[in-house]
Structures are given as structure tokens and as C-alpha cells.
Design a protein around this ligand. Structure first.
Ligand SMILES: *Cc1c(COP(=O)(O)O)cnc(C)c1O
Length: 421
């Protein structure tokens, strides 16, 4: 191989120079040092599954245990905890999903919040028009999304309408148009596909769904914190998103729910608990749902779990979600280029959209050895994850990942595929 042939694929030396230049020019590069472990040589490609902890969160959690929980004890509920799900919800609305205040709350897990919102939407639609009996979801949506839709359809006497998709892309507008109509109650879609990273045109898809008279529930798990979302401007009805992925809330941190103001008082969610009532401490004989977002809560909010995410939300507000997205695109473009140069000759292909405008914050690399490659890499402190059928998922969390880290990790992938291939 020669470096003077302009048609030759980039060499490792070229790529190293490019990674250094990209890191040096990256306006967000200093944020990486805000994360625990940034100083080590470990390569982390899984920030889209469980984000790294911000250093500030370590102190925030300790201070919470010591001063708030330990010092204020049960007074903490009156002093701040009762309002925390709404306060952090509004911050997520402002910094991450383009929602005006009073429409976002931190609640239960993604699974439970999706269940509550999909069922509330189904029931409202079906009550208004008994012909609306279908819940539309795609066959490649995240397992929990498919399972809970199936359960709701059975429980409410409805049915699921499945959209077939290509695993290396996602739901197309044509496929969506063909699936919705006068029998559709609600559609559940992922903004960014968890396997391929395909980025749906959420504004256009929402319009298609509304034209059919249906409601949409957007799953924002893989976009919240990496891809800008404009929930209000794009006309969303409902949405749910993860906080332990790009928002670095820690393992099992609770999800957030968005309900457009115009729908809030008309929706009844199925887990009628005391924390969702109009006067929580009246402890009255009957459930009377609160106005506004409180009605989407059920039991005691998981306060400990929502402490850490505040640090990443502050970082995103400081950096701006558009700058986060710009870095995310630069990272996935660079990863695709490295893959073309170093991995394509070994038979590795990219099972993600090539066009950055159609791609979220990760890319998936496909090769028959990837299950074994993942196991090998984890023992070497290079941490991607594996998704069937043969995908190595490279998650590039924009605030905590560098270009040099990306190159180092993909070089390790090359070595592992070479040895195991
Ligand atoms: C991560 C993820 C979930 C996770 O749901 P949990 O209830 O937090 O386990 C759901 N949907 C999608 C699309 C995801 O990526």
C-alpha cells in the first residue's frame, strides 16, 4: 500500500492525524474531562446504552445522601422532592426535547411510562371512535415497545398492525402511510432505531399519523440527548424517553414522559395511584386525577434515581443540543470512514444509514464474528455492544467520546475480527 496514491483508502497514520485534528478542533472536547474514567485508556462505545457518570454526579449523589436524605429526612418531600419530577421534566423539555414547561415529567421506567401513555391514548381514541382499534408498531422496534403494545391490544380488545422494516434502516414514510387509516388508534415509533441508528423524520411522520386521525407516541430513548427533538414544533402528542442512555442518569434511572398540553386533561392513564391525584395528601376515598402532568404519576417518585441526570442536563444546556448533534454527526462520519478503511477489507459492512441526516448517534457494524468479537473486546477494555443477528453497535456519546478513542476502539475491532474471522 502506498500513501501517495490518492485513491487508496486512508491508512492508519492518516486516520490518526485526522483524529488528532478533529479532537483539537472540537468545541466540546473539554466536556469529556467532566466524566469519570475519561483519563483511562478504556474505550467506551456504549454510552447509548448506559452513559458514563459525570464527575459532578458522584459528588451530587454523595451530597444528596448526606445532606438532603440524611439531614432533611422526610421534610425533603415538602422542601423539594415533590416538585423534582416536574422541575427536572421541564429542564428536559427545555434542553433536550423542545417542550414548553408543564408537559414533561420524570416518572417510572420507559416500559411503564410507554404502557401508561399508549394505553391512555388507545382508550381515548377508541372511546371517541369505536372503529379505531389498531395500534401500529414496527417489527424492529425495541422489544419492550413491541411486547407492551401486544399486551395492550389483548387487554383492550384491539389489535396490533405491524410494519415490516429493513433491519439496516427503519420505518419509511411510505410504509407508515400504508399502515395507518380509519382503524388506527395510536402509533408507537422510535425516533432513532436502537439497532441500525436510523433517524425517523419525526415531524413528517407525525403529520402522516395526524392526517389519518391517529395519535403518536414517540419513543425518544436513543435520541434524547444526542439528536435535537422539537416536540412542540413537530406536533407530538405523547413521548417517552430514557435517561440512563445519553442523559447519563445511571443504571435504572427513571424515564420521562411528554404529553402535549392539549391532551393532558382528556387522557386517563391506567395505573391510578395516590401520587397522581389532585390533592395527594387528602388521601380521599376516590381517585381524582390531578390536572396537568401530575396525573401521569402513580406512586412515590424515584427521587434517588433522578439526582444524577441533572449534571448532564446542565452540560447539554451549556453546550447546546445543536452543538451536541454536530459532534455526534462528526463522530459517526469518522467511525464510518475508519470502518471503510480498516474493516471493509475484512468483510465488515455498515448496517446503518450512510446519510448522516438519516442517522442518530450510533452505527452498527455487521460481520458473522461480531458476537465473539464483542466478548473479546470487553476483556480488553473496549466496550461496544452486540445486537443480533451479527451487529457490533458503536455508540458514540457526543459529550464523553473523543475521535482518538473512536479510532483506538475501531483498531481493536479490526484486530479482533482478524484473529477471530
Ligand atoms: C433502552 C430502550 C428502552 C428501555 O426501556 P426500560 O424500561 O428502561 O428498560 C425502551 N425502548 C427503547 C427504544 C430503548 O432504546
Amino acid at each position: 500500500m502506498t500513501t501517495t496514491d490518492p485513491t487508496a483508502a486512508a491508512t492508519v497514520a492518516d486516520l490518526e492525524a485526522e483524529a488528532s485534528a478533529l479532537d483539537a478542533a472540537d468545541p466540546l472536547r473539554h466536556h469529556r474531562d467532566a466524566f469519570v474514567g475519561a483519563e483511562s485508556s478504556l474505550v467506551y462505545f456504549d454510552g447509548n446504552s448506559l452513559g458514563r457518570p459525570p464527575r459532578a454526579s458522584v459528588e451530587r449523589l454523595a451530597a444528596f445522601a448526606r445532606e438532603e436524605w440524611g439531614g432533611r429526612l422526610i421534610r425533603g418531600w415538602d422542601e423539594s422532592w415533590m416538585e423534582l419530577p416536574f422541575r427536572i421534566g421541564d429542564t428536559i423539555g427545555r434542553a433536550v426535547i423542545g417542550a414548553a414547561p408543564g408537559q414533561t415529567v420524570v416518572g417510572d421506567s420507559t416500559t411503564v411510562l410507554l404502557y401508561k401513555l399508549v394505553r391512555a391514548a388507545f382508550d381515548a381514541q377508541h372511546a371517541a371512535d369505536p372503529a379505531r382499534v389498531e395500534i401500529v408498531v414496527d417489527r424492529d422496534n425495541f422489544p419492550t415497545d413491541r411486547y407492551l403494545v401486544d399486551g395492550i391490544a389483548r387487554e383492550r380488545g384491539g389489535r396490533v398492525r405491524w410494519i415490516d422494516v429493513d433491519l439496516s434502516t427503519g420505518v419509511t414514510e411510505e410504509a407508515l402511510r400504508a399502515a395507518v387509516g380509519p382503524s388506527t388508534a395510536v402509533v408507537l415509533l422510535s425516533h432513532v432505531a436502537y439497532r441500525s441508528g436510523y433517524l425517523a423524520d419525526a415531524a413528517a411522520f407525525t403529520e402522516v399519523i395526524h392526517d389519518a386521525g391517529a395519535l403518536v407516541v414517540w419513543d425518544l430513548c436513543h435520541s434524547a440527548g444526542s439528536v435535537p427533538v422539537k416536540a412542540d414544533a413537530w406536533g407530538f402528542d405523547l413521548a417517552v424517553g430514557c435517561t440512563y442512555k445519553y442523559l447519563n442518569g445511571g443504571p435504572g434511572s427513571p424515564a420521562f414522559a411528554y404529553v402535549a398540553a392539549r391532551h393532558q386533561d382528556a387522557l386517563a392513564q391506567p395505573i391510578q395511584g395516590w401520587m397522581g391525584t389532585a390533592d395527594v395528601f387528602a388521601m380521599g376515598p376516590d381517585y381524582r386525577p390531578a390536572e396537568g402532568m401530575r396525573r401521569f404519576l402513580s406512586g412515590t417518585p424515584p427521587i434517588v434515581g433522578m439526582i444524577a441526570m441533572q449534571d448532564t442536563l446542565a452540560l447539554i444546556e451549556e453546550a447546546g443540543i445543536d452543538a451536541v448533534r454536530a459532534k455526534s454527526i462528526a463522530l459517526t462520519e469518522f467511525a464510518a470512514k475508519v470502518s471503510d478503511a480498516l474493516l471493509a477489507p475484512l468483510g465488515v459492512s455498515i448496517a446503518s444509514p450512510r446519510d448522516a441526516a438519516l442517522r442518530g448517534g450510533h452505527i452498527t457494524l455487521s460481520h458473522p464474528t461480531m458476537r465473539a468479537v464483542t466478548a473479546r473486546l470487553w476483556t480488553e477494555d473496549v466496550i461496544p455492544d452486540y445486537r443480533d443477528p451479527d451487529g457490533l453497535r458503536i455508540g458514540l456519546s457526543p459529550l464523553s467520546t473523543s475521535f482518538a478513542e473512536t479510532l483506538a476502539g475501531l483498531r481493536a475491532v479490526r484486530d479482533a475480527v482478524t484473529e477471530l474471522g
